[in-house]
Write a protein that binds this ligand. Structure first.
Ligand code: SF4
Ligand code: SF4
Length: 229
């Protein structure tokens, strides 16, 4: 079979993808979720925030969840043959997302927001991702690559403090935990290689969680967010 040709027997790739997303989700729910729920104050730590402060006029502060973000399946930085999630994963995600969205009442996801830029009083209107609700993302393990690959600079800098400056676990802002490589392996390599990669990723994530836990115990605080924000 040529690379990129898939059959129903490749449905295990979707299962592996969802397993990887569930691992990232658990890290966020255990240690990082309160950053995103309080995004506006986290963004206030960026150097440019001094000149670019916004007041929320209407809706929910968007954070990273802008219209279209959840539907981008590109794998940045991979070789030209591996620049998108495998088609079997994309079609499986789309199928399961349709079913999931049916469980949400019309009008509870997506929507718009309005912000006023303090510098010049201009009003900015934007649209949320169609899977975004006031309680956060509705997709669970069906999120796209763009939703698990990014950590903003304040979040990354706090994680680097936890790791004593060692960025081998955390990785870059736009490739958190070097996740694009893992996603490319899940998409295109053989099943043994995929299982190895999931195991490796699980170990890296456990190591990061252990560092976070030890850090919080040592500082006697409940969360990284409460310490730095
Ligand atoms: S990653 Fe950072 S910028 Fe994105 S939603 Fe979370 S706190 Fe906000
Ligand atoms: S799919 Fe979820 S995490 Fe991704 S942009 Fe949409 S609401 Fe945000």
């Amino acid at each position: 079979m040529l690379a990129g040709d898939f059959t129903d027997n490749d449905a295990w790739r979707l299962a592996a993808y969802k397993e990887l997303v569930s691992l990232v989700n658990s890290l966020f729910s255990n240690f990082l979720g309160d950053y995103c729920y309080n995004c506006q104050s986290v963004i206030g730590r960026l150097p440019e925030a001094e000149n670019e402060a916004f007041v929320l006029l209407e809706g929910v502060y968007p954070g990273c969840c802008h219209r279209g973000a959840g539907d981008i399946f590109r794998l940045e930085g991979q070789d030209p043959e591996r620049m998108y999630l495998a088609s079997v994963i994309i079609s499986g995600l789309q199928r399961e997302r349709e079913l999931r969205l049916k469980n949400f009442e019309l009008g509870t996801c997506g929507g718009t927001y309005r912000l006023r830029r303090q510098r010049d009083d201009s009003v900015i209107t934007g649209a949320h991702c169609r899977y975004f609700s006031a309680a956060g993302c509705t997709l669970g393990v069906l999120k796209g690559p763009l939703c698990i690959n990014f950590i903003c600079p304040p979040m990354r800098s706090d994680l680097l403090v936890v790791c004593a400056g060692d960025d081998r676990l955390v990785g870059p802002e736009h490739d958190f935990m070097f996740i694009y490589r893992s996603l490319a392996i899940i998409s295109y390599d053989c099943r043994d290689e995929v299982e190895r990669e999931i195991l490796l990723f699980r170990r890296k994530l456990q190591a990061l969680e252990n560092k976070c836990t030890a850090f919080l115990i040592e500082r006697q605080v409940q969360s990284l967010f409460s310490l730095y924000n």
